[in-house]
Design a protein around this ligand. Structure first.
Ligand code: AMP
Ligand code: MG
Length: 413
């Protein structure tokens, strides 16, 4: 058996980011930039007012107080979106709105709330204003030629804002992996059918497609391949047109477990592993025509755990991401965990954040077919390969797969 860490390392060595394509900047959300983005113009594009008020020469306000007010002649109005009609010289002011360009000669803006109306449309100022006050400088955010977003950055709403600001409606982003999801088994029936005796619904196809979609991949379900070589060949021939193949079932040592044979036959350097993990021991991995193929175990929980540990990082790497692992946090165990050493265990658990920090409860029902436990779980307790488990109140490593549990929900701020 190989370790989980060895399996991950071997898989990731074979994975390359996909090519870069153009996407509109909203469609780019959650994807990864394939090139640096440079600004062609500065932001702000010119000095402008941060306030509604009066653009003035700051020296005019020297010594201004309630007892000794200064009166300036207002020479014109300057709304946002228009350009100055002339310079501000000593003794004059321009009524300016937020975002309007600073007129030549003006060195500061006094906010309207700090002024009063004088006679003949003049403005009365009763306090000193420093040069530069309420002025947003040309290029203070970024300058023309600056790299404003680096290649490899994930596009979040902040990056969308930046791209819109620099006037870029389309950006180069790594392709989303197109993933073929294949289920195998003579016992499987379609979700719309009432299972006949001996049959069960193909749930893995849906679960794996959902997991892939959660990674930002485009998952396509190819349906059910039966437990014979012809049926598998037929489905895998279609699957080879995708960026990545994920199958479930048929990789154990059962009499009808042909997935690894057929994958091998189709030209893949297949590695068949028993990975020292629980659940999820049998795993086939190979590269067919440059595309990764994962043969996951059939048990519903085994396939989901194996996806999380091996397929998710691979799909994220294909998408150009560098932060590809779920990561772990430490939490205090609220009950005993007892296991047989020798394999890394992923115990479905409920992680909670409370005043004492993170607490994690191992859930009852850890069988690899127990979907109800998965529904209640938000994390895995990770038990190292050679550990026999932990006593209640131990500090353990937890891998959350619902990151919202990490947030403080109350009071909110
Ligand atoms: P296998 O690895 O093919 O022997 O499958 C192991 C177990 O997982 C069996 O009990 C299967 O019935 C079950 N199983 C395999 N594929 C699926 C699937 N697509 N959906 C639900 N259960 C499955
Ligand atoms: Mg099977």
């Amino acid at each position: 058996m190989i370790t989980v860490e060895e399996a991950i390392e071997t898989i990731l060595k074979e994975i390359r980011p996909l090519r870069v394509e153009s996407a509109d900047i909203i469609g780019a959300l959650g994807r990864v930039l394939g090139e640096d983005i440079r600004a062609l113009r500065p932001n702000p594009p010119w000095d402008n007012s941060a306030m509604a008020g009066y653009a003035i020469v700051s020296e005019d306000t020297l010594g201004a107080t309630d007892a000794n007010p200064v009166s300036l002649k207002v020479i014109y109005d300057l709304p946002a979106g228009s350009t100055p009609q002339g310079p501000v010289v000593k003794g004059t002011a321009v009524r300016i709105m937020t975002g309007a360009p600073m007129p030549d000669g003006a060195t500061a803006v006094i906010m309207v709330e700090k002024t009063a109306q004088g006679a003949d449309g003049s403005v009365i100022i009763r306090s000193e204003v420093k040069a530069g006050e309420n002025v947003r400088r040309r290029g203070e955010d970024f300058n023309a030629g600056d790299t404003v977003i680096r290649k490899g950055s994930a596009v979040r709403p902040a990056e969308v804002s930046m791209l819109a600001t620099v006037g870029v409606p389309f950006v180069p982003v790594y392709k989303r992996p197109r993933v073929a999801v294949l289920s195998t088994g003579d016992e499987l029936c379609e979700i719309e059918e009432t299972p006949a005796p001996g049959k069960i619904t193909n749930s893995n196809g849906y679960a794996l497609a959902a997991l892939a979609a959660e990674c930002g991949a485009e998952a396509v379900q190819l349906g059910i391949a039966r437990d014979n070589r012809e049926s598998l060949r037929e489905k895998l021939a279609i699957a080879m047109k995708y960026d990545c193949i994920i199958s479930s079932g048929g990789v154990s040592v059962g009499d009808y477990d042909f997935v690894k044979d057929v994958l091998r036959e189709m030209g893949s350097e297949m590695i068949f592993w028993k990975v020292a993990m629980k659940p999820g021991k049998p795993l086939a991995f190979g590269v067919i025509g440059g595309k990764p193929a994962f043969g996951l175990p059939g048990n519903p929980i085994s396939s989901m755990v194996a996806f999380e540990q091996f397929v998710r990082p691979a799909l994220l790497k294909m998408s150009g991401r560098t932060d590809i692992f779920r990561g772990t946090i430490t939490a205090t165990l609220t009950g005993d965990v007892k296991i047989k050493p020798g394999r890394m265990n992923f115990i479905r658990a409920e992680l909670k954040r409370d005043k004492g920090g993170f607490h994690v409860a191992p859930l009852e029902g850890q069988g690899s077919g127990m979907i109800s436990t998965m529904v209640r779980a938000n994390s895995y307790i990770v038990v190292p390969k050679d550990s026999a488990g932990f006593k209640k109140d131990s500090t353990v490593k937890v891998q959350p797969f619902d990151p919202s549990v990490l947030m403080e929900k109350e009071p909110g701020y």
